[in-house]
Structures are given as C-alpha cells and as structure tokens.
Design a binder for this molecule. Sequence first.
Ligand code: ZN
Length: 136
Amino acid sequence: MKVYFDTLEVSTSKRVELINITRQVEEAVGKSGVKDGICLVFAPHATAAVIANEDERGLKEDIVEWLEENFPHDGKWRHNLVDDNASAHLASAFTSSCRVFPVKGGELVRGTWQSIFLVEMDGPRRRKVIVEVLGD
Ligand code: ZN
C-alpha cells in the first residue's frame, strides 16, 4: 500500500470565508500515484474546517451567514475571555476539520456539485491543509 502525504498552504483574506482547494487536492491525488484508495483532507487547526459542497456564490454567502448567525463573534462565550475567537472554535467543532473521499482509477471521487473547501473561521491568516492519500 502507498501512503502519500502532502501539506497545502492556503492564505485567507477574511474572518469567515470559503476557499476552494479542489484543484490542489486533486493535484496531490495525481502526485500520489494511488489508483484505488482513499484521500483524507485534514485542516490541523481548531478554528477552521473542511467541507465538500457547491462552489456557487450565493450558497457560499449562505454558509458564511449561517456560521455567523449560529456562532456569533460577539456571543457571550467563555473562551472570548482568553483570546476572542470562541465563535471560530465552536463553528470548527461542529463542522469538522476533516473529510475523506474515495480514490478510484487514480481520480478523486466527488459529486458534480461537490467542491472541496477550507472554511476559514478566524482569518485572515495562513493555513495548512494536510492531504494524505492511502491505497494501491
Ligand atoms: Zn481560541
């Protein structure tokens, strides 16, 4: 079994935003040489997440708005007494920092309307996204 490990560098420009990383993930799958297996996409951060969904401007705005409404930045969170980003931690905890995709025939398997996004929740900053591909 092959194990391929790659780290993507992603710069974000807003406090909360979605960054499409599909191309970079698919490039990593190509470089891995894995034909059949799985691809883990993992953000090693407590205030970011990884999701798969449609890259449509209105939907991306809906997702950002949903996160901001459900995890308000100025909420009465205890963690804000420490470093003022509790909303980002909560949003990350309830969104998930990783997703797994099948790899078939050397290609990442995803739905037509599934792009892969890093979800920034405490930006702007530089983020890492780990792509690990396992298989034969
Ligand atoms: Zn914090």
